[in-house]
Design a protein around this ligand. Sequence first.
Ligand code: PGA
Length: 252
Amino acid sequence: MSSKIIVGNWKQNPQSSSEATRLFTRTILDSKDTSKNISVVLCVPHLFIPLFSKIKTKKVQLGSQDVSVYNEGAHTGEVSSSMLASCKVSYCIVGHSEVRHSGDTDMDINTKILNLFKNNISPILCVGESVRDHKGDYLSLIKDQIQKSLTQVNKNQLKNLIIAYEPVWAIGDKALRECTTEEFIEIRIFIRKVLSDLYDMKTSQIVPILYGGSVHKENALSFVQDGGSDGLLVGRDSLDNKKFKEILYAIN
Ligand code: PGA
């Protein structure tokens, strides 16, 4: 089994730096070494990044949950890719449905991806539909999201890209239902086809495709083993060190 990428997305949690440090320590530092089969990435709130960037461990890599479209200047509240790079951030989620909901367009996402590449940070591009229609429009939407987000991204940069399929209807505690592994397989094959048409077959194979959306210890392994996922993007269950570790052990 090739190494799987497990990303924890803490979102706007926890509420203090001491809780964040406790969660990080209990989730990662106290866990058995899983580095052989798993790469763990924790996408934490920006404020907490410096707390963890000083800790020397191979067990985890640091990720950001978003980045500014701007490189610098008069943009109150924004954080640039070079600021992230200077704090040893290696990954950054872009195009998460919650950020798209606040107005991020595919063009913004494309700008962010290009800026991240310039700073040697691997983008984790989230794609996914809000509703499953019967006509298959969700496939055109996903294709559009990928094509527009990857404008001007060259073949060489693609080896540092990760794509996460996150069906919006399966995310969070208001999810309609869980996504099945069969549904994920369809999308995984479809994403490879879109990449192959944009670049070529060989290049399309190097991009890890993760599944995200209500991942928990009971369904984690089936997305990887049966669904052929290259890893997982975990929201709520990354905030509970026991649950997150159970996911890591299941995959390990
Ligand atoms: P969830 O979130 O695991 O809580 O559904 C996933 C995500 O939004 O990345």
